[in-house]
Design a protein around this ligand. Structure first.
Ligand SMILES: *Cc1c(COP(=O)(O)O)cnc(C)c1O
Length: 324
């Protein structure tokens, strides 16, 4: 907790570096197989990468990407800073075709909240032969389920506000790369632009990551079981779950209005946005006016926590039944 440091050490000023950032970065870098740089939020981390795209160059991005990412990319495209090519990220051939002459392919997998899955390895191979860099938003999978650098990607981006921290008490982001040149460019960018993390946030995230493996195992087991029970329920019209991770998205037969009521009347599951905490949270995504209209009006994104599975199911079943 210091802004000014005595000359002669690694750093002299708090915008340049901090031992708490370094501890968080060492853990995340080890897990992803590269070197990490912490930022003030997931969006700040994404911004640092987008800023490296040459003026007017093309960026390929998933139609189902996180709405904050799409909002930023559309803003850049409107101001002619980039050319934006929107693709279905699960259509590998289309993504590789769009990567031709592009500066960057932005992958999010699984996507938020549609849970589309990308073939990172095949896309990275195709993009590499076109000379195009690949970045993967690995927020939903975490390095314990997916290691994009090993699959050929050049950058990994995280919203550490979610599973990495794990307790819904931190806003933090990170970029990871295995290129020393890119590392230095992004670090210089962070120092100059100032989107630095707080010492407290990185300390909390480092503490949260001590339990990432056990939290993820437990929450994922819960998510798998809820997916199974939701699929079997006559009150549910569609369920999405990629087979791993802690997020399940679904729609109920009774429609969007009933879905809204359902999410507002739960007792175990917290009615809230965000995801990746030890407590289960859910919301109907389209209640947020910024959510793309490609997301169904009634889609509920459920972030599954580490509670007792029968408590979770009882809450789900009660709220679904009384709202329907
Ligand atoms: C939350 C989220 C972000 C944005 O991260 P912040 O830490 O909120 O800035 C980016 N990508 C995905 C997939 C997210 O879920």
């Amino acid at each position: 907790m210091a802004s000014a440091l005595v000359p002669g050490g690694d750093s002299e000023y708090g915008r340049h570096g901090n031992p708490a950032w370094a501890a968080f970065e060492a853990i995340l870098g080890t897990l992803e197989g590269g070197r990490a740089l912490a930022f003030s939020s997931g969006m700040a981390a994404a911004t640092a990468l987008f800023d490296l795209v040459p003026l007017g160059a093309a960026v390929v991005a998933p139609s189902g990407a996180y709405n904050g990412t799409l909002t930023q990319l559309r803003d850049r495209a409107r101001r002619k800073l980039i050319e934006l090519r929107i693709v279905d990220i699960s259509d590998t051939a289309a993504v590789v075709a769009a990567a031709d002459d592009a500066a960057l392919v932005w992958i999010e997998s699984p996507t938020n909240p549609g849970l589309d899955v990308a073939d990172i390895e095949a896309i990275s191979r195709g993009a590499a032969s076109a000379g195009t860099a690949v970045a993967v938003d690995n927020t939903f999978a975490t390095p314990l389920r997916q290691r994009p650098l090993e699959l050929g990607a050049d950058f990994v981006v995280h919203s550490a506000s979610k599973l990495l921290s794990g307790h819904s008490d931190v806003v933090l982001g990170a970029v990871v790369t295995d290129s020393d040149r890119a590392y230095r460019a992004i670090e210089a960018r962070r120092t100059t632009m100032g989107a630095i993390p707080g010492a407290m946030e990185t300390w909390l995230a480092a503490r949260g990551m001590r339990t990432l493996a056990v939290r993820l195992d437990r929450a994922e087991a819960n998510a798998r079981e809820l997916h199974r029970r939701l699929e079997a329920s006559p009150l549910v019209s569609s369920v999405r779950y990629p087979g791993f991770g802690t997020v399940v998205s679904f729609e109920i037969t009774a429609g969007p209005k009933a879905a809204q009521t359902m999410t507002e009347t739960s007792e175990v599951i917290v009615y809230a946005t965000s995801l990746g905490g030890v407590e289960s949270t859910w919301e109907r995504r389209r209640r947020n006016p910024a959510e793309p209209h490609s997301v169904p009006e009634g889609l509920v994104r459920l972030s599954v926590g580490i509670e007792d599975i029968d408590d979770l199911w009882a809450d789900l079943e009660r709220t679904m039944t009384s709202a329907s």
